[in-house]
Design a protein around this ligand. Structure first.
Ligand code: TRP
Length: 449
């Protein structure tokens, strides 16, 4: 089994794949809208601090456990210490992580399908007729299920091709494209009237809000979601890293790429909100709040594109291509969690494992589409508000307490021989044992009150 495991073929391949997982709807939609409704740059500052103070150490816990074990999340956690009760505990936490990954993907693929539908709507208007375009624009069971099936199929096809030819090859193709589309869109939006007001709102912090507990909480949730933590995605990607790669540096680069992308996406979305306002599009709801949720993506931005005339259609196509691509490279990392287990524990072929896991998750998505009001926000809350932080803490504890200091050191030293004298080694082992779990729990408990 060990020989047949996939591996990333290069540093850049891993970085683009891990950044592909991290950069998703959370960065382009979640981050800018949270920033817009939470004091602009104040949110940005807190987010950046938490990303490096809480999310980076937790990311390192996952990457290190992954590369040390060279296995999927269940096997990895169960084998860290083979004695009872650690092994049973590891097994349990591992399966909880898979369950959360499956739930996240079941709603994520659905939202990704909406992005695909919005991408096809202006295309259909250009290539076919208004009626076809309207079919894509209006939410209904067939559209949602079909678009979600499309996204799920793409995800399965990439994952079935394996680590190097699937995950790495497609992340390497799609991530640069994603960045180019984003830069192009920013260039266009910043030239429109009203954009500079958006830049001001985004970049000048409302200092008074820096210590607002609600803001800190949203920023932590956002950082954990954005870095794909707690469900074993980063663990499995870490397990495909070569021993010669320097883990702390890789983790730091992924964190920087992720936060950098979120920041850059803010340069598009927040000015776009102000440009829309300057064009007479309603950007505040009746109760005076900024329209930040689905309304922003599906009403405000499309209304802005419609105001732009001919260029607007192309803007819409480019924007929703951006969203669909970002969602796809994230979805593949979520699907890899169950697939790696089917392959490594149950000896299924990769292709079978991918179609089987993808099929199960797609049935869950269909269930959510069917019982949308009851299930959609329930799935999101259960997995991201509860599942992710609690599992994040557990993974820190496993790295800090179950894996001995000696083993941690020898694992990290593989790609970084001078690790013992580094600042990282002076701080992180203790930090991941005490400080990180305590801070995450504290923030989590705050949120329950
Ligand atoms: N991080 C991605 C985003 O920002 C989503 C994602 C991929 C994710 N893998 C994950 C979220 C694992 C939580 C856990 O959109």
């Amino acid at each position: 089994m060990a020989q047949s495991r996939g591996q990333f073929s290069s540093k850049i391949g891993f970085l683009l794949a891990a950044a592909g997982s991290a950069v998703g709807l959370g960065n382009i939609w979640g981050f800018p809208t949270q920033a817009a409704s939470n004091g602009g740059a104040a949110f940005l500052v807190v987010y950046l601090i938490l990303a490096f103070l809480l999310a980076y150490p937790a990311l390192m816990a996952e990457l290190t456990i992954g590369r040390y074990s060279k296995a999927n999340v269940v096997t990895a956690l169960a084998n860290l210490n083979p004695r009872a009760p650690f092994s049973q505990l590891g097994w349990l936490v591992g399966f909880a992580a898979v369950a959360v990954a499956v739930i996240i993907l079941s709603f994520y693929a659905l939202v990704a399908g909406w992005m695909l539908a919005e991408f096809f709507a202006p295309l259909a208007a250009k290539l076919a007729n208004q009626e076809a375009s309207l079919w894509f624009k209006t939410g209904h069971f067939q559209r949602d299920a079909l678009m979600c099936a499309g996204m799920s199929t793409l995800t399965v096809l990439i994952i079935a091709r394996g680590v190097e030819n699937g995950i790495e090859a497609w992340s390497t193709r799609l991530m640069p494209l994603l960045f180019l589309i984003l830069i192009g869109l920013i260039g266009y939006v910043l030239m429109q009237p009203g954009a500079s007001d958006g830049l001001k709102a985004y970049l000048i912090p409302d200092i008074g809000r820096l210590l607002d507990p609600a803001l800190i909480l949203s920023a932590m949730g956002q950082a954990f979601f954005s870095l794909s933590l707690g469900v074993g995605t980063m663990l499995i990607y870490g397990s495909y890293l070569r021993d010669t790669d320097n883990l702390p540096r890789m983790g730091a680069s992924v964190t920087l790429l992720d936060t950098g992308f979120a920041f850059t996406a803010g340069l598009l979305i927040i000015p776009a909100i102000y440009v829309a306002q300057a064009q007479g599009v309603a950007v505040y709801s009746d109760s005076g709040e900024l329209i930040a949720g689905p309304g922003l993506i599906f009403q405000v931005l499309p209304a802005l594109f419609a105001h732009m005339g001919g260029a607007g259609d192309w803007m819409a196509i480019a924007f929703f291509a951006l969203m669909s691509i970002a969602a796809l490279t994230s979805a593949i990392s979520l699907l890899e969690v169950p697939v790696s287990i089917c392959v490594e524990r149950w000896q299924l072929s990769r292709t079978k494992a991918a179609w089987l896991s993808g099929g199960v998750i797609f049935s869950l998505s269909v269930l959510i589409i069917w019982q949308f009001d009851a299930l959609f926000s329930l799935a999101i809350t259960a997995s991201t508000v509860y599942g992710q932080p609690l599992l994040g803490v557990t993974l820190c504890l496993f790295a800090g307490w179950v894996l001995s200091r000696k083993k941690l050191l020898s694992e990290l030293a593989k790609g970084h021989p001078e690790i013992e004298s580094s600042l990282f080694w002076k701080i992180w082992p203790t930090y991941v044992r005490f400080v990180c779990p305590a801070l995450i729990i504290l923030t989590f408990v705050q949120s329950l009150r």
